[in-house]
Design a protein around this ligand. Structure first.
Ligand SMILES: Nc1ncnc2c1ncn2[C@@H]1O[C@H](COP(=O)(O)OP(=O)(O)OP(=O)(O)O)[C@@H](O)[C@H]1O
Length: 321
């Protein structure tokens, strides 16, 4: 295995931090640590980057124990949430920084490498620009070029898209995925944004209070969540109790049709364009439904409907918790 985290633990006061993390990461894969604030994502990245030492446990890279290595001796680079660029240096000098100060290169040697990285992120021509003159998206690209310039085997990304507005976020997310495919570099990405995690990752690690509660592909996490916590953190869900068991039903798996003698009444309807979100009630329960397209938008508050979930032919899908 390319990268292995074995029993990693780092506890701060009040028992907070990372309790025990085992994780295997394949070379060239995109792995996302997903969870709410305080669940231990940044602590995990800091351990991988060598910025902090674990209380116990090991990090193995291609079989070699790198747990005790300082950051500059690890083939690992980090893109921080704030980008951590130097405002008094121009773009080229920012990208050259690691090569000069960690690899001991002269500027002449470092500059062509840095220019190549700037080309990769689409910023050729910006070498002499000041950081303050760049947009948030451009700064993010400079941070990416700087992190890649030292030729790391692993790139750590700590919520790198969180300071950008929604449209740019989606654009840069796609660019990041393209870049990762092109370079074949292993990326460990931290986010609390489920959409980002689902669309980018080969593997998602859902974390809760310092523990990885589920590790799997985006489809496994979404369609087969191991707990209510995972189901509610990734996507919306209905929890329907039947015969003493709780079934998780995604709103998009709910179907409904007009029926004056149906069990449910449409209680709310939110038209979102491509899809429409409904809440249906039958006295004791409220069920969320998410219907697509024009046909799915035709129900109104107060309509009486028949509703169910899963395919009508196959009956309810088996998604018991
Ligand atoms: N240096 C520190 N000293 C004390 N407690 C810390 C320290 N760093 C982190 N913690 C605590 O450890 C827990 C995990 O923090 P961590 O930063 O890893 O979480 P996170 O999932 O990255 O959250 P966020 O999304 O807010 O960055 C939190 O409760 C945090 O308050």
């Amino acid at each position: 295995m390319f990268l292995q985290l074995k029993g990693l633990k780092k506890i701060y006061e009040d028992e907070k931090g990372l309790k025990n993390l085992d994780l295997e990461i394949e070379e060239g894969s995109f792995v996302t640590l997903l969870g709410p604030s305080g669940c231990g994502k940044t602590t995990t990245l800091n351990l991988l980057g060598g910025f902090i030492q674990p209380d116990s446990g090991h990090i193995l890279l291609e079989g070699e124990d790198i747990t005790g290595l300082p950051p500059e001796r690890r083939p690992v680079s980090t893109v921080f949430q704030s980008y951590a660029l130097f405002p008094h240096l121009n773009v080229l000098d920012n990208v050259c920084y690691g090569l000069r100060f960690f690899r001991g290169m002269k500027k002449k040697e470092a500059a062509p490498i840095a220019m190549e990285e700037l080309k990769t992120v689409g910023l050729s021509g910006y070498e002499t620009a000041r950081i303050g003159e760049l947009s948030g998206g451009q700064q993010q690209r400079v941070a990416l070029a700087r992190a890649m310039a030292t030729g790391p085997k692993i790139l750590l990304l700590d919520e790198p898209l969180s300071n950008l507005d929604a449209g740019l976020r989606v654009q840069l997310r796609e660019e990041l995925k393209e870049l990762q495919k092109k370079l074949g570099i292993t990326m460990v990405f931290v986010t609390h944004d489920q959409e980002e995690a689902l669309s980018l990752s080969d593997k998602i690690v859902v974390m809760e209070k310092g523990v990885a509660v589920q590790t799997g592909t985006p489809r496994e996490i979404y369609f087969s969540p191991v707990s209510r916590y995972v189901a509610s953190f990734v996507g919306k869900a209905n929890y329907i109790e039947e015969n003493g068991r709780v079934q998780i039903v995604r709103p998009e798996d709910v179907w409904m049709e007009m029926d004056p003698s149906g069990d449910y009444t449409v209680w709310s309807a939110s038209f979102m364009g491509a899809h429409t979100l409904y809440e249906l009630e039958n006295g004791s329960n409220v069920i969320k439904a998410d219907l697509f397209g024009r046909e799915g938008s035709l129900f109104s508050v107060g309509d009486r409907v028949r509703a169910g979930w899963g395919s009508r032919k196959d009956g309810p899908r088996d998604c018991h918790l």
